[in-house]
Write a protein that binds this ligand. Structure first.
Ligand SMILES: NC(=O)C1=CN([C@@H]2O[C@H](COP(=O)(O)OP(=O)(O)OC[C@H]3O[C@@H](n4cnc5c(N)ncnc54)[C@H](OP(=O)(O)O)[C@@H]3O)[C@@H](O)[C@H]2O)C=CC1
Ligand SMILES: O=C[C@H](O)[C@@H](O)[C@@H](O)[C@H](O)C(=O)O
Length: 308
């Protein structure tokens, strides 16, 4: 029988599969196949998308080709930052692309509003080349629109992505719905422990993006990761995902390679890291290996401990 991911309960009572398929940088032709395979044969019931990835229509085609009913799938997307003043417009395009009339979860992709009337639909810049940001935008306004879309029935849950404690506090002060998740770059080199503690105190679950360290990852060559993998007779990727799952973090590994897609779900669930192994992995960052791989040039203070 195909393995399926365990479910994690969110603060609104809904349950999300702990492993979802990432789709960033997945080319159109390959992502149709990847999504269809993940759902039909890989045991996946959770797909992570974003309007800005530009491939949602292909993801939607993959869902259709899989034959798996929409009601069985947890579908997340993200509103891009040029749309923080018109979330519904972005969401409606996402829904049309994906071929559905609701999302299980919509996230604010980054806590920065880019100029909706700038020189580019996604990445407007100033004449000096710096990203064209609306510096006085109040994120609470975006959050209020997200809340209204839940009431309207287009969204089952709402959350955020790339929010530091400082940015979370900006929306929590007036929120009537607490974000269910904060999707962050989380892996052995970037564990963000203090932020995760703050989120736990508010009932906000963590989702790990780039859990394998993204494209051409150095994490899979880390000597501690490799030695644990060798000892257990598994691949480094399995150790990296099992480490995050052991911490109760939802993981979103991306792959367009069928064998990897299936293995990224089934293999980490088939091993248990012991306390000593977890401790070794959990202290890599504080022992000099702290590093994040996704650092777009935002000309604003984001407020992360390692990335102000
Ligand atoms: N909210 C945000 O701002 C962000 C969200 N995300 C989300 O998180 C997802 C995952 O992050 P992403 O940055 O894509 O990186 P990942 O950490 O998931 O790494 C993806 C890379 O690892 C390769 N890979 C996958 N599985 C294996 C394996 N078992 N063994 C060896 N190599 C493997 C993939 O290759 P191949 O595909 O060729 O198999 C690809 O090159 C994204 O796709 C997206 O959905 C990501 C970044 C930012
Ligand atoms: O989800 C993926 C990432 O956040 C990606 O959308 C951004 O890093 C983007 O390329 C940017 O340059 O701001």
């Amino acid at each position: 029988m195909t393995t399926t991911a365990p479910l994690i309960k969110l603060n609104n009572g809904l349950e999300i599969p702990a492993i979802g398929l990432g789709t960033w940088q997945s080319p159109h032709d390959q992502v149709i196949e990847a999504v269809s395979y993940a759902l039909k044969e890989g045991g996946y019931r959770h797909i992570d998308c974003a309007y800005a990835y530009g491939n949602e229509a292909a993801v939607g085609e993959g869902i259709k080709q899989s034959g798996v009913p929409r009601s069985e799938i947890w579908l997340t997307s993200k509103v891009w930052t040029t749309y923080l003043n018109r979330v519904e417009e972005c969401l409606d395009e996402t829904l049309a692309n994906l071929g559905t009339d609701y999302l299980d979860l919509l996230l604010i992709h980054w806590p920065v509003h880019l100029n909706p009337n700038g020189n580019h639909k996604f990445f407007p810049t100033l004449p000096n080349g710096v990203r064209d940001v609306v510096h006085d935008w109040d994120l609470s306004k975006t959050w209020a629109e997200m809340e209204s879309l839940v009431k309207k029935g287009k969204l089952r849950s709402i959350g955020v992505s790339n929010f530091s404690q400082m940015k979370l506090e900006e929306i929590l002060k007036s929120a009537t719905i607490t974000p269910v998740v904060n999707q962050l770059e989380l892996h052995v080199y970037n564990p963000q422990k203090n932020l995760l503690k703050f989120m736990e105190s508010k009932g906000i679950k963590a989702q790990a993006y780039s859990p394998l360290g993204s494209t051409n990852s150095p994490l899979m060559k880390d000597d501690v990761v490799v030695s644990i993998a060798e000892k257990k007779g598994v691949e480094p990727s399995t150790v990296l995902l099992a480490y995050l799952l052991a911490k109760g973090i939802i993981v979103l590994p991306k792959s367009v390679t069928p064998a990897r897609i299936a293995g990224n779900l089934s293999k980490p669930l088939s091993i248990t890291l012991d306390a000593e192994e977890l401790e070794k992995l959990d202290t890599l960052a504080e022992n000099g290996k702290q590093q994040r791989f996704i650092k777009p040039p935002w000309p604003v203070v984001l407020g992360f401990e390692d990335w102000i």
